[in-house]
Ligand binder design. Structure first.
Ligand code: 5GP
Length: 194
């Protein structure tokens, strides 16, 4: 997705060979026009699957997932990272190790919002080692819902998240795939070479 790659190149900053900062447009300040396009692109990639819910994890997954869910006209459910006082039981839970915060969170989703009748699309902002996605997949499994696929705005293809998710049999779609951040340069892995 050209517009997204341009945003990463021009407005992202490489913090190390492994970490990119995208708070200018994705996970702190949000470029709403870009989010609309991201939502549309996700939907075009997962067309024809009768998706009934989009599932993400707070906080950074919410903006892009909202746009996709809105385009699909289905609810967006986000997993919470901290148990809310009003959510005490009747929950699906899973453990997720956070790549950036270096801590493990118990993620929770109310059983009211996912059931075996659902066809779920999981979306998130960034794929690194796949821990957040694996936690969300676990939640979907517990609910008995069908998982249509998993989408990311940005994939760091030099880390092993995609391999783990594909080995587990899931379809993965990433709108921008970063091959390398070495030398403070962003290099993309473009799937289609014509
Ligand atoms: P994973 O669960 O795939 O190991 O890590 C993904 C999560 O960690 C993302 O949702 C994102 O919040 C955070 N993350 C991983 N790598 C980066 C990065 O390079 N930059 C930023 N800003 N967040 C990252």
């Amino acid at each position: 997705m050209e517009q997204l790659q341009k945003a990463i190149e021009e407005r992202g900053s490489v913090l190390s060979d492994h970490v990119i900062k995208v708070d200018q447009f994705l996970n702190h300040q949000i470029d709403t026009n870009l989010m609309v396009e991201i939502g549309r692109e996700f939907i075009s990639r997962f067309q024809g699957h009768d998706i009934t819910k989009v599932l993400t994890i707070e906080t950074s997954g919410i903006a892009p997932s909202f746009m996709a869910a809105h385009e699909l006209n289905v609810p967006l459910v986000f997993a919470r990272k901290k148990k809310s006082l009003t959510m005490t039981d009747h929950l699906y839970t899973s453990s997720v190790y956070s790549y950036t915060k270096e801590e493990t969170n118990q993620i929770t989703v109310s059983k009211d919002f996912l059931s075996s009748d659902d066809r779920v699309l999981i979306l998130d902002d960034i794929l690194a080692n796949g821990q957040a996605a694996l936690g969300l997949i676990d939640v979907v499994k517990q609910s008995g819902a069908s998982l249509v696929g998993i989408g990311f705005v940005i994939e760091k293809s030099f880390q092993d998240g995609r391999d783990k998710l594909e080995e587990a049999g899931h379809r993965v779609e990433s709108l921008a795939r970063i091959k390398s951040l070495e030398g403070s340069n962003v290099t993309f892995l473009n799937e289609v070479t014509e």
